[in-house]
Design a binder for this molecule. Structure first.
Ligand code: NDP
Length: 448
């Protein structure tokens, strides 16, 4: 066994012992460690002070009870979390997820990833993530409001515009951020940029809603341009139909691509004419206003709906997983490669299982890992923080240009650290590119 493989095995053994049963967290650490351990072997300054292992332990984790009353007066209890992973290069920053699948392991993986992603943006933001196993689906606005108020009544003690600045994620969109911000403001008596993704009337930023999806499309455009191609004229498949999926579809269409699919947890729709224009507006209304199921799109436009299935069997040149973690298995990766997929841009966090990633890399697919491809959302959140501090608002065009430039810079960093001859290993490039700044800061602070 090669020396670095042995080091990786020993390293992961220690991570598993300290975090038993936390599979998602172990998976995320493995994905990073597999590329960072060979790098730090060549840069012993990081190894001497054990930076990587220190980065696998969050600064702190806060866990709390969230009791709330439904419309019938029944009292429910959920669990709330905030994982403050690293503030080495800025205040903790990362979303809040409300979904029944939320566990400590899921949030630790997301907070760990967020630290590297935020570093890649070049902005001064540390990494964190939070959430609850609360399911907003099927709840009335009033119930969601009660839950958010109860959640914030505990969380407010631990956050602040210089401390920790949460945002949205799965199940936490404009409605939830508004309830959360309203409660923070009320109990702290402070109007500060403590959350991002806010409404435009109270300190929100233009382009934030679109940023993650647009960013994933921009990153795809940069990967294709790097090999002398473009999105224009190519077919694409997208999973999910929430915030990230909607704006990935919008930007890919604007750039001349044809998006064939969208999905939710009940199945996917296949629209051979492409999801764009009025059809995309219908999808947005269905998901953001009516909070309906994706089958309604198939019923409206007479296209096919595949119940309980994911879209990876539909032949296309580009793939954008934009729903949730581990949605592309090794089998799915094989199918995508067999069907001629050339490039994958991960809008969701860690949507591809490790075996699937290995297959993509072996097949020399252009594979953009989430920490690079979906960094556009947090980048514009960082710009929202700047605007709040400066008490000004930038125009839509200015913000879109800044987003475009940040995605291009991340692409450059990945190419710099990930090029292997003519081909770029974007996973390696993103991991090393994200690691260096955080690791240098940690080294400078001494042992803590
Ligand atoms: P939304 O809640 O807006 O949408 C999530 C979508 O994914 C929905 O279509 C949902 O379907 C589907 N989905 C969620 N869980 C599952 C599951 N277990 N199985 C199948 N489908 C599922 O979330 P976002 O669009 O904000 O987030 C999507 C992904 O992007 C997440 O991985 C998130 O962490 C990541 N991300 C989001 C950012 C943002 O700015 N919002 C920033 C960076 C990353 P259904 O409605 O049926 O549950």
């Amino acid at each position: 066994m090669a020396k670095t493989d042995q080091e990786l095995q020993q390293f992961m053994e220690r991570v598993r012992q300290r975090n038993p049963g936390e599979e998602e967290f172990q998976q995320a650490v493995h994905e990073v460690a597999a590329t960072i351990i060979p790098y730090i072997d060549q840069h012993p300054g990081y190894k001497e002070v054990n930076v990587l292992e220190r980065l696998t332990e969050p600064d702190r984790i806060i866990i709390f009870r969230v009791a709330w009353e439904d419309d019938k007066g029944t009292v429910h209890v959920n669990r709330g979390y905030r994982v403050q992973h690293s503030n080495a290069i800025g205040p903790y920053k990362g979303g809040i997820r409300f979904h029944p699948s939320v566990t400590l392991s899921v949030l630790k993986f997301l907070a760990f990833e967020q630290t590297f992603k935020n570093s890649l943006t070049g902005l001064p933001m540390g990494g964190g993530k939070g959430g609850s196993d609360f399911d907003p689906k099927g709840k009335s606005d009033r119930e969601v409001m009660h839950f958010c108020q109860s959640f914030m009544t505990e969380l407010y003690r631990y956050i602040g515009h210089f401390t920790d600045v949460p945002a949205g994620d799965i199940g936490v969109g404009a409605r939830e951020i508004s309830y959360l911000f309203g409660q923070y403001k009320r109990i702290s008596n402070l109007f500060t940029g403590v959350l991002t993704g806010k409404g435009l009337a109270f300190g929100g930023s233009l382009i934030r809603t679109e940023a993650t999806g647009y960013g994933a499309a921009y990153f795809m455009q940069d990967m294709l341009r790097h090999v002398g191609e473009d999105i224009d004229g190519k077919t694409a498949i997208v999973s999910g139909s929430g915030n990230v999926a909607q704006y990935t579809i919008e930007k890919v269409s604007q750039l001349g691509g044809k998006v064939l699919t969208a999905s939710d947890s009940s199945g996917f729709v296949y629209d051979k004419d492409g999801i764009h224009g009025d059809r995309l507006e219908f999808l947005k209304e269905l998901k953001n206003v009516k909070r309906g199921r994706i089958k309604a799109y198939a019923d409206e436009f007479g296209v096919e709906f595949y119940a309980g299935k994911r879209p990876w069997g539909v032949p296309a040149e580009l793939a954008f997983p934009a729903a949730t973690q581990n949605e592309i298995t090794a089998e799915d990766a094989k199918t995508l490669i067999k069907n001629g997929c050339r490039a994958v841009s991960e809008g969701a966090n860690m949507p591809t299982e490790q075996d699937g990633i290995d297959l993509f890399l072996d097949a020399k697919i252009m594979f953009a890992p989430s920490k690079a491809a979906n960094a556009g959302g947090v980048a514009v959140s960082g710009l929202e923080m700047t605007q709040n501090s400066m008490r000004l608002s930038w125009s839509r065009d200015e913000l879109d240009q800044r987003l475009r430039k940040i995605m291009a810079d991340i692409h450059e960093k990945c190419v710099h650290y990930g090029s292997e001859g003519a081909w770029c290993n974007y996973l390696k490039g993103a991991n090393i590119g994200g690691f260096i700044k955080v690791a240098d800061a940690i080294k400078s602070y001494g042992v803590m």
